[in-house]
Ligand binder design. Structure first.
Ligand SMILES: Nc1nc2c(c(=O)[nH]1)N[C@H]1C(S)=C(S)[C@@H](COP(=O)(O)O)O[C@H]1N2
Ligand SMILES: [Mo]
Length: 269
């Protein structure tokens, strides 16, 4: 049996319908205002003058993020490490600076600074003679993937402890007592200078920052940056430069390939 629809029910239906219409109109209006506001905001944002390839408000936001990250940075705070059996080979990602003719036998690592110290030309044997460090950490690409990788190589801090170039005075580094004598930045570039990264000195001398000659127990392949590449787990993949040709200590914030194309210069995490 169906209940007959009374006239009062009918009136209620009408009222509900009208109310829904009112609400729909209102939410449409709110949505439209938000959309226009959003578009205007986006329009404003994208027409701001660029600062290093992106509108200045975005760059300012990245600098703010950097300040927060740097505030939290501790040389003793380590990136997580993993057991060897989960290490795997990441894809070869990024060929910039790896094209063209290259003779690994003639390769030397140039170690220099902007204080006029004589540049050094080091062989792979010089680097392999430094304490050998083996660690499994994540390689994190800003494209959204990450892989635990086993890296073998020398600490950047051991390199400069032995060969210098990291202090203005030329004195040996002593992280506790001569911090003000340290250059503020490091520039690393491929032998052809096509790929280059800038690092803050704290991250460069972090104990987990390695100059690597082996990946997952195998000598580096050309695609992964033979004969020497950087593993820097306190930074994203973009800073893990392959085929290092030059390392230069400087007080000026170095240019950085991906920062010039809009990415975060600091790129820490
Ligand atoms: N010379 C050079 N180094 C580079 C790149 C590059 O294009 N050229 N790409 C970077 C990026 S974005 C990532 S994620 C890692 C990838 O390292 P892999 O190829 O060993 O996986 O290398 C970094 N180092
Ligand atoms: Mo990357």
């Amino acid at each position: 049996m169906t209940t007959p629809v009374s006239s009062s029910d009918h009136r209620n239906d009408q009222q509900v319908k009208r109310q829904i219409q009112r609400m729909t109109r209102r939410s449409f209006a709110v949505g439209a205002v938000a959309a226009v506001g959003g578009l205007a905001g986006w329009g404003w944002l994208t027409t701001r003058p660029d600062d290093e390839a992106i509108p200045w408000p975005l760059r300012r936001m990245l600098r703010w993020n950097e300040q927060v990250s740097r505030g939290y940075f501790r040389p003793t705070r380590l990136a997580p490490t993993f057991s060897q059996d989960i290490a795997r080979m990441p894809r070869v990602n990024g060929h910039i600076g790896l094209d063209g003719r290259f003779d690994p036998a003639a390769w030397r690592l140039r170690l220099e600074n902007t204080a006029g110290a004589k540049p050094l030309a080091l062989t792979l044997q010089d680097i392999q003679a430094l304490p050998r460090v083996d660690t499994v950490v994540e390689l994190k690409c800003i494209e959204g993937w990450s892989d635990p990788v086993r890296w073998t190589g020398a600490r950047m801090s051991d390199l400069v402890a032995k060969f210098g170039r990291a202090t203005r005075s030329g004195r040996a580094i002593d992280l506790e007592h001569t911090a003000s004598d340290l250059f503020r930045y490091v520039m690393l570039s491929t032998p052809d200078a096509a790929y280059y990264v800038g690092l803050d000195i704290e991250s460069a001398l972090h104990p987990q920052t390695l100059l690597c000659y082996e990946m997952n127990g195998e000598p580096l392949t050309p695609g992964h940056g033979a004969p020497l590449r950087l593993a820097i787990p306190v930074k994203y993949g973009i800073k893990n430069i392959k085929r290092i040709g030059t390392i230069r200590f400087t007080d000026e914030r170095p240019a950085d390939y991906w920062a010039e194309r809009g990415y975060d210069w600091y790129a820490g995490h």
